[in-house]
Write a protein that binds this ligand. Structure first.
Ligand code: GLP
Length: 262
């Protein structure tokens, strides 16, 4: 696992956007062979989306031949609802870049049969050739997408019940009331993310420091589902200094030192 430690959130966002843009450019995507990108929601990726929009406006990257798969969606919410992740993605990213809307994949929170929806999503990812780069964030309890503590580390896309901590953390999008946050969600599994050829995780702020320590310094553990990254062959965590507050000085020095080397 590579851990890139930067001074602040703005640097994390810039670093991640430049990395994603570079990967897309290098792959030379075409309509017949698009670049397949996995995407998250949450506050953390907003800066990265803003940077990607800027790079796209400056013609430094194009999303014309990029196919996307979003990580998750609240059960019972559709695009019409402002709190839905589909709407979040349209408002904060897709509507501002040159994406072909037919290349956007999100889980449908209103699907009449959510089990079938999850199976079809896995099938669509497979049919696209698999995800090249999965961008993600992390919950304060170390969760990845909506794979809450105790999720199977080989899980696939399915319906999950949300932890109380997650509903409290996400209440800010629901008028501050955790009871308004849906209790269940559709989410890609840990195994689905692990199948991506590269995983890039954004971590920012003191409130993620405890989880970052568990994920980086402790063992692989289903109670901190992002610790699965320890088994991934091409995983990067890009974080700010605040998020490293609970890491050992030695750990921080080690990762900073190896990043400096040519
Ligand atoms: C939700 C999302 C996750 C996201 C997490 C953290 O639980 N399902 O994908 O990583 O929130 O969000 P934030 O970046 O707002 O802290």
């Amino acid at each position: 696992m590579r851990v890139v430690i930067l001074d602040n959130y703005e640097e994390v966002s810039r670093w991640a956007a430049l990395h994603i843009a570079k990967r897309i450019r290098e792959s030379g995507p075409q309509a017949a062979k698009p670049f397949v990108l996995g995407l998250p929601t949450g506050s953390t990726p907003l800066g990265t989306y803003r940077e990607l929009i800027r790079l796209c406006g400056e013609k430094k990257v194009s999303f014309k031949n990029v196919v996307t798969f979003n990580m998750d969606e609240y059960l019972g919410l559709g695009e019409d609802q402002p709190e839905s992740y589909r709407r979040f993605m349209m408002d904060n990213f897709f509507n501002h870049v040159d994406m072909d809307k037919k290349n956007i994949h999100t889980l449908n929170g209103l699907a009449p049969d959510s089990g079938a929806e999850c199976l079809a999503y896995e099938e669509a990812i497979r049919a696209s050739g698999g995800i090249e780069l999965f961008l993600g964030g992390m919950g304060s309890d170390g969760h990845l997408a909506f794979n809450e503590p105790g999720s199977s580390l080989s899980s696939r896309t399915r319906v999950k019940t949300l932890a109380g901590e997650t509903r409290i953390a996400n209440a800010r999008f629901f008028g501050g009331d955790p009871r308004r946050v849906p209790a269940t969600a559709l989410t890609v599994g840990v195994g689905t993310v692990m199948d991506a050829r590269e995983v890039l995780i954004l971590v920012s702020g003191y409130q993620k420091a405890r989880a970052l320590r568990a994920v980086v310094e402790e063992g692989i553990n289903h109670m901190w589902t992002l610790s699965c990254l320890q088994m991934h062959q091409c995983a990067i965590i890009v974080c700010d200094r605040e998020a490293t507050d609970e890491l050992k000085v030695r750990t921080v020095r080690y990762f900073m030192d190896i990043e400096k080397r040519p």
